[in-house]
Design a protein around this ligand. Structure first.
Ligand code: GDG
Length: 724
């Protein structure tokens, strides 16, 4: 059993020097550190990351490494320049603003990118130094987007998970990054990629489709022959920690102290790191608007605003701090009285007991970020409300809003809406508060940080096992011998053979795609033996198949199963199939034909196909991504499926597939040997549907539900020749 290696920009510890020049180690109490504590502290597991300190010399570095090793941690030593360019630069001035839809704040500097690449390589070196091929590696967040791909190059079989803690922006925003392709290729080195919300996941998949030309099915995609799974895993908090802290004697004594100085007035609370994504200035403007519209609240409610210093080396953050200082001063100056301060503003961090006391006291928590991956503060507020009272006002731009629908959900850009939400919150009855709070607490208790860690780790393990199962064995000489022996011993044989890419190499020119002499000879040879039942199972239309191979004593499945033809019989189809959808889909395909010179529509009996093999290189691929996402969107509610072939996009009835068609033969005809060979996604249905003992062979890819694989049609022909 392998170990687990956690990798993040920061270690869950901060190294610093005391006044005597001695290294000191302070553990982090962050949610991630708590959640992953049970993982990295266990056995030989390890956490790799920057310890938040620039070592003066190698001695110091060694001393820290030895000390941290005892705590299952491995430091990555970064220089001041690296931190400036990779962390403050590319991570916080390029990726952070872009991913939070503040692209006007983003800097695109080559020096930042180079440092980002170099530091990701540095992390890779540290990981590879400790990792074994059977280990599981879990990489965290936007500072290390390239790392999964780099590790994959060095350790191809290792299991890698990646989790992004911030939002993933829509394709239109992500595409602005000059290094978009490299970033996606980096993340795609993972086996499992996790996001906080479904929307982040969907944006990521769309970027992968548009930029890397890789599409997905239900969050699964194929990257260089490996399956990558993408899903949402909303992160929870350490619920017990906040509930317990809320009940602790220290917290209660802090609360008594604060209450005494505040008097009977109501309290609203906001807690954020200093960041433009958190919407702090807008919140202050809303507070001003609130008093303008509802002056009866003057002197009766205050806002306790905690802003935790962060990234103050970055220009934009310094500017933001000044803006906040100014706004707070203006509002307090405008409304304040000798015995009442509208805003209690703190630009520092507090111990947990103080934070818990604030959570306990706040009648309203005002959490209104412009964009937030999840936002843990709102969850901590709910967990701290042992009295089940209090109202949460939550921005719909925070990932948490997808889970906490019992909160008052607001759009932070709609200042009047938030202003009125404050009034509603302050006037909400106790019963209503309790009703909402109870629902939110039950959910957060269940979906806590430990649940999140387990969910992700279990899924990563499942993906790894599934990948192993999906890795087909190359049909080597031993397997080939077994297949041939079994074939010879049997009397009633069923052979399902796909055409394009299996019996014949894929050819973009339809006039050249027909069978050659060698193929005719092979089929003739196979059909001479009456014990063999050869079924050509293809996505091609029935006329083409009949023109090409009609002279042989074989059977057919055309259009992926829409039409079937038994020997000596006419073509038959399932008459239950509905075709009325074509009238809705055809005009949409026509739009793409009109704007993509060289593309055309082929209408099959029960499907529509958009061909782009004659379109200018690049444009065809680009348009195909657009049409695929457009058709997939429509297909969901119309019982249709979208198939991607080579230079084609096909849409057809969901009930039709090669697997169902193949099973008709298996069920209707006695058989004691089954062989199925195919090369594309539609053949997977056949491999999955056939009984376990069938010999199933995937051509050109080792990740398949088939038992074996072959590299190319030439090898398929060689195998078939041996069966003659
Ligand atoms: C990123 C994503 C995502 C704050 N002030 C004090 C203090 N805090 C603690 C809070 C909370 C944490 O800091 C802040 O977490 P958030 O989730 O709200 O925000 P980010 O730091 O931006 O985190 C975010 C998160 O990653 C996890 O994936 O939710 O969307 O941006 O835990 O309690 N803690 C103490 N004193 C303070 O003064 N002790």
């Amino acid at each position: 059993m392998g170990r687990t290696i956690i990798v993040s920009n920061r270690l869950p510890v901060k190294v610093a020097k005391d006044e005597n020049g001695k290294l000191r180690y302070k553990s982090s109490e962050g949610g991630l550190a708590t959640g992953l504590g049970s993982v990295y502290k266990d056995g030989d597991n390890i956490w790799v990351g920057w310890p938040g300190f620039h070592f003066d010399n190698e001695e110091e570095e060694k001393e820290a490494a030895a000390k941290l090793k005892l705590e299952n941690m491995k430091p990555v030593a970064l220089t001041e320049e690296e931190i400036e360019l990779y962390y403050e630069g590319f991570s916080n001035e390029t990726l952070w603003p872009t991913f939070h839809y503040f692209n006007q704040n983003a800097l695109y500097k080559k020096s930042y990118w180079q440092a980002y690449e170099e530091v990701n390589h540095k992390f890779c070196k540290e990981v590879v130094e400790v990792a074994n091929p059977d280990d599981t590696i879990w990489v965290h967040d936007y500072q290390l987007l390239l790392l999964p791909g780099l590790i994959r190059e060095k350790l191809p079989s290792v299991s890698i998970g990646f989790f992004l803690h911030i939002p993933f922006p829509s394709f239109e925003v992500f595409r602005l990054l000059p290094w978009r392709r490299q970033l996606l290729d980096g993340v795609l080195g993972s086996d499992l990629i996790g996001f906080h919300t479904y929307d982040d996941m969907r944006h990521f998949l769309s970027a992968v489709s548009r930029i890397c030309f890789i599409s997905n099915q239900h969050g699964q995609l194929n990257k260089d022959g490996r399956t990558v799974e993408v899903d949402s895993f909303p992160m929870g908090i350490d619920y017990e920690k906040y509930a317990n802290s809320s009940a602790s004697p220290q917290t209660l004594s802090r609360e008594v102290k604060f209450r005494t100085s505040l008097g009977a007035q109501k309290l609203m609370l906001s807690i954020d790191r200093l960041d433009y994504s958190k919407g702090i200035p807008a919140r202050l403007e809303i507070f001003d608007l609130f008093f303008q519209k509802y002056p009866e609240y003057l002197g009766k409610v205050s806002l306790m605003m905690v802003v935790v210093p962060s990234r103050d080396n970055v220009e934009q953050y310094r500017g933001l701090k000044e803006e906040i200082d100014l706004l707070v001063g203006r509002i307090n100056g405008k409304y304040g009285a000798v015995n009442w301060t509208p805003i209690h503003y703190f630009y520092r961090s507090f111990p947990l007991s103080d934070l818990s006391a604030y959570y306990r006291m706040a009648d309203v928590a005002l959490v209104t970020p412009m964009r937030d991956g999840m936002n843990l503060v709102c969850k901590e507020y709910v967990a701290s409300r042992l009295d089940k009272q209090g109202v949460l006002i939550l921005s719909e731009m925070a990932g948490a809003s997808k889970e906490l629908s019992e909160a008052i959900i607001v759009n932070p850009n709609d200042k009047h809406q938030v202003r009125d939400a404050i009034k509603r919150a302050l006037e909400m009855t106790e019963e209503e508060q309790i009703r909402h709070m109870e629902i939110m607490q039950a959910s957060l208790k269940k979906y806590n940080i430990h649940h999140w860690v387990k969910l992700f780790m279990d899924r990563l393990h499942d993906v790894f096992v599934k990948q192993k199962e999906m890795t087909t064995k190359l049909l080597d000489s031993t397997a080939e011998k077994t297949l041939i022996e079994s074939f010879r011993k049997s009397d009633k044989k069923l052979l399902f053979l796909d055409y394009d890419g299996t019996l014949a190499p894929f050819n973009t020119d339809p006039t050249q795609a027909g069978p050659d002499e060698e193929l005719h000879e092979i089929i003739k040879g196979l059909t001479k033996n009456k014990k063999n039942n050869v079924v050509v199972i293809s996505g091609r239309d029935r006329n083409t198949l009949e023109n090409w191979l009609g002279q042989h004593d074989i059977e057919f499945v055309a259009e992926h199963g829409v039409w079937i033809k038994h020997k000596g019989k006419a073509w038959e189809t399932s008459d239950k199939l509905d075709n009325s959808w074509k009238d809705d889909i055809r005009p949409i395909m026509e739009i793409y034909v009109n704007k993509t010179p060289g593309s055309f529509i082929e209408e099959k009996d029960y499907s529509l196909v958009w061909h782009f093999r004659k379109v200018e290189t690049g444009l065809g691929e680009l348009r195909s991504r657009e049409i695929i996402s457009h058709l997939k969107y429509l297909a969901v509610n119309m019982n249709l499926q979208v198939l991607e072939g080579s230079m084609v996009v096909e849409i057809k009835n969901l009930e039709v597939n090669k697997g169902k068609a193949a099973m008709k033969w298996v069920q209707e005809k006695a058989n004691d040997f089954i062989l199925a060979i195919g090369d594309d996604a539609t053949d997977e249905d056949t491999f999955k549907a056939l009984p376990d003992q069938a010999f199933t062979i995937k051509v050109g890819d080792i990740h398949s539900a088939a038992r074996f694989s072959l590299m190319e049609p030439k090898q398929v022909r060689n195998l078939l020749k041996q069966l003659i």
